[in-house]
Each structure stands twice: as C-alpha cells, then as structure tokens.
Write a protein that binds this ligand. Structure first.
Ligand code: HC1
Ligand code: SF4
Length: 567
C-alpha cells in the first residue's frame, strides 16, 4: 500500500496504481472521456487533471502512478477551470444534436458538460462533414460526433484483435480505405459501440420501430423472446447491481409495453443442446469433420466466414437459439395457434449487436421469404423503451414466460457465460452416450475468465478433448494454433465477447470494474436454483420431439433448426 492525501483526507491504494484508479477506489470523482479500465491508457482528452504536490502543476490522473506522500487535489479552482476549458474545446467541435442522439441521457460528454456547467464559450469549430455510415444492420457510425478518444480503436484492436478501425489522417477513426463498415471484415460485435462514450458509434437502434409497432399493432401478434444474458444485466439500467436477477421483471415490463406473448430464448438453448450434442456424437461416430465448433455466437460466425472460410465445415449446422426460436414461432407455433406467419412479428431481446445482423441473413427466412426474426433490440434498447414508456421497472410484479416455448433449464441459462454452451452440452452428451449422469454438473474447468480453457472428459473409453475460447483476440490465437496443428480438440466453444454474452456489445455500459464477474455469478445462481439443470430433462423439449420433430437431427429439425453458411 501507498499512503497519500486526497482532497485533504488520508487515503491509501495498492502500490503501482494510477491516480485515477486510486481516486475511484476512494470514491473520488475524476472526469475523463478517453480512459477506460479495460483499455490501455490514451492521454487524449486532457480531462483527468489533478494537482499532486501543492504546486499548481497539473498531472494526468490516467497515466500518473500514485506515490507515497502525494497530496492529490481534484477539486481546486485551478483544476476545475482547466477541465472546463478543455471540455469547452471538445464541445466547440461537437454537433449539438443531443435531443435526437441515440446516446442522449447515456452520453459521457453530456454528463460532464452538465456537471461542470460548461458553456459554449468558444466559437463553433466546423469540421468537414463526414457522411454517416448506415451500412450495417448492427451499428451506425456518425463520426461527426467523434471526440477523438480512440476507445473504439482500442476496443477493436486490443480486445478483439480485429483492427478494423484505425486513426485516420484527420485524427478521426476510419475503416480500411474508408469503406462502409458492412463491406469490411467487421464482425458486428459492437465492442466499438460499447466503449464509445458519445454517440459516434452506436447500435443500429430499432427502439422507434418497435415502439410504433406496439402502439399500432395493425392486427399483428407481437411475440418477444429474451436471451439468457439479458436477465442479469438489464437491472443495471434501473439502479440495481450487475448480476441482479431480473427475469420476471423483464417479462412483466415487456407485457406492460404491449408484448402479446413472451417466450424464452433459453427454451431453444435447450433445444440447441439436443441437436448440437447429437451432431457431435454423430460426427465422432461417423468420421465427420472435427473439431466441431459451436455456432450460436453470430460475431463468431461472421469471423469464420470472413477470416477462416476453410473452417466452415467445422461449424455446427445448428442455428443459434435466437434463430431456432424465431423459426419455431413462425413455422410451428403460429400454425398451432391458427395465426398466419405473416401476422406474427418476432422481437428478440439480445445482449448483442451482431444478432441484428444474424436476423437479416437470407438463410434465416421462411419459405415465403419472411424474415423470421423481425426486430432485435439490445438489452440497452429494451431499457430505453421501458424508460420511454415510464414503466417503473424496479417495482414491477414479476411475470412468467408463456409456454411451451418459455420452459427451460439451468443448462440453458449458462449459455450466457463463456463455457456455458460447453458445460450444458457435456451434461447432456455424456448422459446420452454413457447412460449415466456426469459425476459433477458444475464442470469448473470450462468456467471463469481464462481466455483459452481446455479440458479432457473421460467419455467411457474415449478422451473427449474440449476447448472454450472467448474474446476475439484469444480466438485469433487459437485459430492460428489450429491451422498449425498445434492443438487437437473434438469440440470447441467460441464466443466473440469477453465473458461470453454477458459481455456482449449491446449490454448496459456499466461503470463498475467487476460488472462481468457479477453478471457471471448471477447466471450461475439461476442455474444452481433450477430444479432441472439438464437440457434433455426439459419437459417441453421432450414434448416437442414427441409431437413434432420425432428425434434430434430428424428431417424436420434439419429444416427448421439447422442452417448453412456463406462461403
Ligand atoms: Fe447469447 Fe445465445 S447465449 S448467443 O451469447 O446461444 O446474444 O445471452 O441469446 O441465440 O440462448 C447472445 C446470450 C443468446 C443465442 C442463447
Ligand atoms: Fe471492430 Fe467489432 Fe466494432 Fe466491427 S463491431 S469495428 S469488429 S469492434
């Protein structure tokens, strides 16, 4: 520990900590726009200014390591005036479009300008207009709003290893050859939008479309589905803690907004396990392509198609749980309810921006050419819709999903965590292959935040070798090893975002440093509390096989639950 004073009060912090982190652990506010604890230090915004030695000299809190005996002042007139001056300079270049901006009310620049009472004192500095980029179903880029913090560039390169965004000659992040982002190798993961502090890169929002639809249904039945990872994160938008479990409140909120039916993507996560587990056993028995790769993460599918096309045969042919659910709703449930598929609108609530891109895939349309998933709202967008409609989320009485597509197990919810699909698949595949349950259901070797996790499971005679990779930069590392024959597994789970879906690019922009750990714990708590924790024991899943699909990998399931990829 080092001891120092902070605004005149005694404080301490671990040796080697930066001043900004020391201030945060001691609950003292330091403004910044370019600093983020998950990214390397930028020194761009010049807002985290502090005095450290009773002189008026200012240091940047993001890049200065705290020293024993420092006298840190964050609130002197000198500091405040300098911050105001620098903020005013940023503001002079920034379009004043707050009222219509996607980031209104969650913009870090807006917050600081208000907090410091910064007036528009400098003459407007007109930058050359940059055309907006609406090419991607997942993201919108309006680089006129860019404040040159470079958090998007760092998220794309440091976290994801994608290097789509680089700093252009004018200091504004650009795509390769300034092309529209959808035509580049961008995988639509949304990490750039998650880290953008303003409205320069945002999710391609469908809040208005869904809001209008709910107000004017035109005879349509509006069916929602909600992803595993949304239920442990949406709470953060309403003043609760990361990891707080809000499943029942989220369902209740959707009903209040006007959703007619709410199904759980977890049901089709269980179904995925039935199909994917069977596919794996089939490939092993019959000499199919191995390792088999999971196929539920749409950012990962984009990466394989764009960067590793030779490995397309390794991808499981299973649609993602989102894809399976929408297919079931339009092609199975609607008919049973006596509703025409064209009169059903599916709205999917996902932690992920790439799910918006998945939804528009040609392979995921009905025979009549209808998009099966009509709208995808991220967790952030659902929260916005709830706030716009003044629904008091925190005090809502919990509601339950509709059945039968709302019934699920503990195995399904852990899809939201890295390692979850693998763990759920093992719980079922082991029992099907060996006719006895796995010795332990909580399979810890595939849990936690290690980037590449490997394990060997004794599958009665064969050693089943599995691996779990999350965060795109680790995926590139693994894929290089696989290409060079340095690794050999039967089954590999890939998730593009750190932590899996709980760290998705569409999740709330939490300000705490341990939000991922807390969301992860929330997911495992839901699993622990379930009586039924194996997908093959889901009664509604059993029923749908008895009444419709007959068995996994049947002709009907291939038609409705499987897909193919672009090569
Ligand atoms: Fe995911 Fe999945 S777990 S991909 O991370 O397989 O997005 O939560 O919904 O589809 O179920 C995301 C989460 C999600 C799918 C499932
Ligand atoms: Fe990079 Fe992901 Fe943003 Fe695309 S969506 S630019 S891959 S961070």
């Amino acid at each position: 520990f080092v001891k120092f004073t902070l605004n005149g009060k005694f404080a301490q912090a671990t040796k080697g900590t930066t001043i900004i982190e020391a201030c945060r652990t001691n609950d003292v506010f330091v403004p910044t726009l370019c600093y983020h604890p998950n990214l390397s230090v930028n020194e761009e915004c010049n807002l985290c200014l502090v005095e450290t030695d009773r002189t008026q000299r200012l240091s940047r809190a993001c890049s200065t390591i705290i020293q024993e005996g420092m006298e840190i002042v964050t609130n002197s007139e000198n500091v405040v005036n300098s911050v105001k001056h620098n903020l005013a300079m940023i503001l002079a270049e920034h379009p004043k479009e707050c009222t219509t901006c996607e980031s209104n009310n969650r913009c870090e620049l807006q917050d600081l300008v208000y907090r410091f009472g910064v007036m528009d004192k400098f003459p407007r500095k007109q930058r050359e207009y940059i055309p907006k980029d609406y090419s991607s179903p997942s993201l919108i880029r309006d680089m006129n709003k860019c404040i040159k913090c470079y958090r998007c560039v760092k998220a794309c390169s440091e976290l994801q290893g994608m290097d789509i965004l680089t700093i252009g000659p004018d200091g504004i992040p650009m795509t390769p050859k300034n092309k529209e982002i959808y035509t580049t190798k961008c995988i639509n993961c949304g990490a750039c939008s998650f880290y953008c502090p303003v409205g320069a890169i945002t999710e391609n929002s469908q809040v208005r479309e869904v809001s209008n639809l709910l107000k004017n249904k035109n005879g349509k039945t509006i069916v929602f589905q909600t992803a595993p990872a949304t239920r442990v994160a949406i709470s953060e938008e309403f003043g609760m803690e990361p990891g707080d479990i809000s499943t029942g409140k989220m369902v209740a909120a959707i009903r209040k907004l006007g959703g007619d039916v709410v199904f759980d993507t977890n049901f089709t996560a269980d179904l995925t396990i039935m199909e994917e587990g069977s596919e794996l056993l089939d490939r092993i028995k019959n000499g199919g392509t191995l390792p088999m790769f999971t196929s539920c993460c749409p950012g990962w599918i984009n990466l394989v198609e764009k960067d590793y096309p030779d490995f397309i045969p390794n991808l499981s042919s299973c649609r993602s749980p989102q894809g399976m659910m929408s297919s079931l709703i339009k092609n199975y449930w609607a008919e049973r309810m006596g509703i025409k598929p064209e009169d059903v609108v599916v709205v999917s609530i996902m932690p992920c921006t790439a799910k918006k891109d998945e939804a528009v895939r040609d392979q995921l349309k009905t025979e009549q050419g209808l998009q099966e998933t009509d709208y995808v709202l991220t967790t952030r967008e659902l929260a916005k819709l709830i706030k716009l409609n003044k629904v008091k989320f925190a005090s809502l009485k919990e509601s339950e999903y509709n059945n039968p597509l709302g019934e699920s197990t503990g195995a399904a919810v852990i899809f939201g965590n890295t390692g979850g699909v693998m763990e759920a698949a093992l719980r079922t595949a082991y029992e099907i292959a060996l006719e006895k349950p796995m010795p332990t259901l909580n399979y810890t070797p595939v849990r936690g935040f290690k980037g590449i996790k490997e394990a060997t499971v004794d599958f009665g005679g064969i050693d089943l070798k599995v691996a779990v990779i999350h965060q795109a930069s680790n995926i590139h590392e693994y894929m290089e090893k696989l290409k060079n024959g340095e690794v050999g597994h039967h089954f590999v789970e890939f998730m593009i975002c750190k932590g899996g879906c709980i760290g998705g690019g569409g999740e709330p922009k939490s300000k705490t440093s341990d939000y991922l750990e807390k969301r992860m714990k929330g997911i495992y708590k839901i699993d622990d509390d379930f009586k039924i924790r194996k997908s093959h024991e889901n009664e509604a899943v059993k029923q749908i096989y008895e009444q419709f699909f007959e068995h996994p990998l049947s002709h009907k399931s291939h038609h409705l639950l499987h897909t193919h990829y672009k090569d």
